[in-house]
Structure formats: C-alpha cells, structure tokens
Design a protein around this ligand. Structure first.
Ligand code: ADP
Length: 651
C-alpha cells in the first residue's frame, strides 16, 4: 500500500473537480468507479457497468456481497488501516462477480478530506485483473515445477556426466552394430530385411528376401510393407505388432503361407525369425526379419515320407520281412514278419546270433560271411537259403537282399527277406529231376563213348573212308553231348548245394596248355594262340577250372566267324593271376553284359539264333570262380569281339 500522509492528489482533485467533469471522466474509464462514506459502510457505484453486485443502489452490505470469504480478513485490515491513516487504499484481492464466479480486482480508493482534515467521502476504482492473475498463477505453478525439474535435471546431468564417456562409447557401439546389422542384411545369403515406422516400410532388404516374397526392389520401396505383400498381412501383421509392442523375438519353422510371386499364387514354406531392434530406452523401434525359403526341403521330405509310406505298404502287401543292423553296435532289429520266417513269436526278443543259428548249417557260415562282407566291403547281400523254425522246426526257404545304408550319420546294414519255399521246392524237384536224368544219361553215354573210341581205333586204317570219318565225327558229338550233360549235372549239384570244390596246388600255365591242346583237337576252323606267363601256382579245383576255361574257349569259337583267331593270355600279378580269352566275334551289347552270367540267359538275335546252347555255361563258370574267391568279367564291342577275363588268388 502506498504511503501518502499529506495527500497532495486528493487536495488537487478536491479543488479541480466539478460534478459534471468528474462524471465525464468516470464514464470514459474502463474501470468500475464507486464512492464510499467515510467509514466504508455504504457504497455507491457510479458508472453502473455491473462489475459489482447491486450496482446503482447504495448498499450497506457491499463488503459481504463483493468480497469472498477467503479475502475478508485481509481486505478488512487494509480498509481499517486506510481509514485510520486517512491515506489511499490500494489492494489486489479476489472478488465475487455478478455471475457467481471469483475474479481478481485491483482496488484503489482516495479519501476526500474537509477543511479540518476529516474524511468526508472515498472515491475508488476497481480494475479487473483476473486474466493477469491467472497468468501469474500459472507462471508461478510452472516455475515451481520447473524448479523441481531443474533439480532433477541437474541430478541427471551429474549422473550423465559421470557416465558420458561410457555412454558415448555405448552409442558408438550401438551405431556401429546397427551399421553392421544393415550391412549384414544386404549381404546375407538368407532372406533378410528391416521393417520400421508407422505405417511400416522396408528400410533395408537383400535380394534373397525380395526373391522369397517375389517382389522387385522398386515395388517395395514405393509402398508400405503390408501394401507390398497384402496376402501376408492377415497372418503376419499381428505378429509384427506383437514383436514391436513386447520386444520379444518371434520364431516359426516351416510356416506355410500363400505368396503371390510374379503374379502367381504359390504355397511356400518359410523358416523365419522376427528380431526386434531395441533403442536406448529399451523400446522396439524396428524388426529385423530373417527368412529362409524351405519349400524345396519340406516338399522333398513330404515326398520321402510318401515314398516311405508306399514302401511300408508294399513291404506289408508283399509279406516281406525287414531288418536293420546297426554298424557300430551290431544290434539286430528284425520285423515281426522276419521273426515269423525264423519260427519266432512276433514279440520275442531275437538277437543276431539267435537268427543266424536258425539258418541251415550248410548255409550258416556263408550268410555270416556275406553279412560281414557287406559291413567291411559294402558288398550287396543277395542269397537264397533255408532256415529252420525255432519253435515249429519247419524248413522255410527265404531270399535275403540287403545293402549298407547311411542314414542320420550312422551306418546300417538293412534289407528285406521273403519266403520262397514253394518256388524253391519246385526248383529242387526240377533240379533233382535234371540231376537224375543227367546222371542216368551219363552212364550209357560213357559206354557209347568208349565203344566209339574202340571202333574209331579199329576203323582208322579202313578203306571205307565214310566209316573211318563217321567214327571221328561220332566221337566229337558224343563229347559235346557229355559236356552238356555234365553241365546239367553240375547245375543241379550247384543248386542243391552239392557242388564239391576239390582244391590242389598246381601251375595255372599247365592247366591252360592242357585245355588249349584238348580244344585244338576238336576245333578246325579257328586259330587258338596261347601266350603263357611265368609258372604261377594256384590252389584250386583242376577239373572245375578246366571246364570254365573250355567253356570260355568254346563260346569264343561259337560266337565268332571261322578263320579268326582266339588269343589266350595269362598275366600274373602280385596277389592274383588273370587269364583272358579274346575273340574277334559278334561281341556283346552293354545292355546284355550284366545279365550274361545269369542262369539260362542267352542273347537273342539273328547272329545267335542258329547257335545251340542252354545259357548255363557262363552261369556255371561264374559260380565256380566265385567258389574260388576269384572274379570274372568281360569287355566287348558289338561287331568287333569280346574278351572274357577271370582271375584267381595266388596259392
Ligand atoms: P550258351 O552259349 O550255351 O547259350 P553261355 O552261358 O555260355 O550259354 O552264354 C550265354 C550267352 O552269352 C550266349 O547265349 C551268347 O549270347 C553270349 N555269349 C557268350 N560268350 C560269347 C562270346 N564270346 N561272344 C559273344 N556272345 C557270347
């Protein structure tokens, strides 16, 4: 409140004022103008603009009407002081307004004094300062808050300063790693992209990713992500939203989705990861998508699964027994059907030894050796053998086929078995019949051969040329017939497992010489040349090898033109000796090469149809060589000739 004890302004007003001029002044001012009696009990408003309540009417309770409760003490004190000191009243205070709201006013009142210096009246003005006051309040409030924030900021700054170096480093690292991430995305062999923003755009992507979604770089740059691949929105948008909201990684494997690639809808399978990229405040601001198109893999696996299913069905339908033996621990896993073949109950435990024990003793060792050969040399197993039922003692013939398989990082010997008892029994009967017939024919033929030999000797110098010639020819035919019968006899012995290999030690060169000499006696139209190797000892069956060699030489004769040469060569190596028989005949197509050693197999064409034979010579030869742990093979060019080879281990 301004202190003004001598009141110069009041005196000036008193002397200058005339009622009219004063009212004009009052009307011109924007403030409310009022007068009060000396002790402020009655107020009269002068301009009538409704600032105060009960305008125009002199009121006695103006104080209670105009001054709100919370200001009364303060305003009363200021009034009392002004009256007491007879000085200007000046105060900013709250005021009740005509519309019942509370505003602020700046009141100022001047006392009018008489000659004796007593107050006769007060003149006052009130200006509305509500707006200013509100602004001030707001400012005050803001300031208070600012002070608090400043204090906090200061504290934060201190903390930050403390860790600035660390932070800068972290920021640098973060930037570097973000750069790395973006580089990685561009160069990755798998599909990668970064999506960010709202709406989401692909801000980084590599060609692999574009290939997966089947879009061009141009297409993806111009549109928000979900407009680029609208077909994926329904499934994937909820996922990306969730990753951004939670900051959690999302992974999916072999996710099936329809994508429109190059305008065509395609079902594809994708492995993918949605990895959130996190900012300083720990919030996910982007997603790195890593996607691998595994469609080929999935389809291939399905194909394998289907193939496996068909195989399983075929195995069931054909009533095949199956098994696998683990290469490392040799654990034998037979199927129920296989156990049945061996006379075991389907749920019985059947170890490898137990199964082997049920194989007929004549074949047991051979089966065991062949399984071993499969494990060690990877040889294919294919054998027909009889088994004796464990519980029922029944003899069943089975054919077992097996190979080594590599699966899931492990080696297995696995295969199938099927029962061939009926066929085998037919075959056995047939073989027995052939064996019996051959045997029966052999006896009279031997006698016939002997008679012809004697007759031939006697008729050698006979004048009747026909007779002497006829006896020689008869001898050749009888020999051929004997060979054929021997062949049948051998085959039946072989089939019934009765073939006997009687081994002795001898020089292979002697054997070839003897065979060649024998052959030369009956072969007239071909030249037979033998180039011997140094003496080489073998441990073998002389008779059986002689039949192999004579078989190969007679084939060379049979399947080549008269006048050509047959070259026989013997080559001895470090651990084996090889004999080859080369002709200049019709040759053998490569498609026939594999089958030529099969039983009863003959090549059917115009060149061979006039040549007699049963297709058992090569089969027998191969079996004999196999029984000697040797090898037999051929090289041939149709129209030029063939070379048959066999090799035997050295003694
Ligand atoms: P066979 O001669 O009695 O028919 P083999 O088992 O000895 O029976 O021979 C099987 C088949 O192989 C023959 O039918 C023939 O077609 C073919 N063959 C064998 N040796 C030769 C050869 N040296 N040249 C051409 N073809 C041959």
């Amino acid at each position: 409140m301004t202190q003004s004890n001598d009141n110069p302004g009041v005196k000036a007003l008193m002397t200058a004022a005339s009622e009219e001029r004063f009212m004009a002044l009052v009307t011109a001012t924007s403030d409310v103008v009022y007068s009060l009696n000396a002790d402020w009990t009655i107020m009269r408003e002068l301009d009538g603009r409704g600032f105060l309540k009960d305008a125009h009417q002199p009121t006695t309770d103006w104080f209670n009407i105009n001054i709100p409760q919370q200001e009364r003490v303060r305003v009363r004190a200021a009034i009392d002081e002004a009256i007491k000191d007879k000085k200007i009243f000046e105060l900013e205070h709250r005021v009740s307004r005509a519309d019942d709201t509370i505003g602020w006013t700046y009141s100022r009142a001047i006392p009018l004094l008489n000659e004796q210096g007593n107050i006769i009246e007060w003149f006052g003005t009130a200006s509305d300062i509500t707006e200013r006051k509100r602004a001030e309040e707001l400012l005050q409030e803001t300031n208070e808050r600012l002070v608090v924030s400043n204090r906090e900021l200061l504290q934060m700054q201190k903390n930050l300063e403390f860790r600035t170096a660390e932070k800068q480093e972290a920021i640098d690292r973060l930037h570097a790693s973000e750069r790395n991430v973006r580089n990685m995305v561009r160069q990755a062999p798998v599909g990668m992209c970064i999506v960010e923003g709202d709406p989401m755009y692909m801000t980084e992507m590599n060609d692999s990713f574009l290939e997966i979604i089947g879009r061009t770089r141009q297409e993806v740059k111009s549109k928000p992500y979900w407009e680029v691949i609208p077909e994926a929105k329904a499934v994937y948008k909820p996922i990306t939203d969730n990753v951004l909201a939670t900051g959690n990684t999302y992974r999916a494997y072999e996710h099936e989705i329809m994508l429109v690639r190059n305008g065509l809808p395609e079902i594809v399978y994708i492995d993918f990861v949605y990895e959130p990229m996190i900012d300083f405040l720990g919030k996910a601001y982007a997603i790195m998508i890593v996607a691998i198109d595994v469609t080929d893999k999935v389809l291939a696996r399905r194909k394998v699964e289907r193939a496996e299913e068909s195989l399983r069905m075929a195995v069931d339908a054909a009533e095949l027994g199956t098994y696998f033996i683990n290469a490392t621990d040799r654990i034998f896993n037979p199927s129920p059907r296989l156990k049945d073949f061996f006379g075991f109950k389907p749920h019985e435990e059947v170890p490898y030894e137990a199964a082997i024990n049920q194989i007929h003793p004549d074949y047991r060792q051979r089966v065991a050796d062949m399984v071993e050969a499969a494990f060690i040399k990877g040889e294919r197993f294919d054998l027909e053998y009889p088994v004796m039922g464990f519980h029922d003692g029944r003899i069943r013939w089975v054919r077992g086929i097996g190979t080594m398989q590599h699966y899931d990082g492990k080696d297995f010997f696995t295969g199938v078995l099927h029962e061939i008892t009926e066929r085998k029994q037919d075959e056995i009967r047939k073989n027995d019949f052939i064996g019996m017939v051959s045997h029966e024919l052999k006896t009279p033929l031997t006698s016939l051969g002997a008679i012809i030999q004697v007759a031939d000797a006697k008729l050698k110098d006979n004048e009747d040329e026909f007779l002497s010639g006829a006896m020689r020819k008869a001898a050749v035919q009888v020999k051929r017939m004997a060979e054929m019968i021997n062949g049948f006899l051998n085959i039946s012995r072989l089939e019934s497992g009765k073939i006997r290999i009687e081994k002795t030690k001898f020089n292979i060169v002697d054997l070839v010489n003897e065979t060649v000499d024998e052959m030369k006696a009956t072969v007239n139209n071909h030249r037979i040349d033998f180039t011997a190797c140094p003496s080489t000892q073998v441990f073998a069956d002389w008779e059986k090898l002689l039949s192999v060699l004579s078989n190969l030489i007679s084939n060379a004769v049979k399947y080549s033109m008269g006048g050509t040469t047959i070259e026989i060569l013997c080559e001895s190596g470090d651990d084996e000796v090889t004999v080859s028989i080369k002709d200049q005949g019709i040759g053998i197509k490569s498609s026939d090469k594999d089958k030529i050693f099969d039983r009863y197999y003959r090549v059917e064409n115009n060149n061979t149809k006039h040549v007699s034979g049963f297709g058992i010579g090569l089969y027998l030869s191969a079996e004999i060589i196999k029984h000697h742990n040797g090898r037999i093979w051929l090289e041939s060019e149709p129209g030029k000739g063939s070379t048959f080879y066999f090799s035997l281990p050295l003694a």
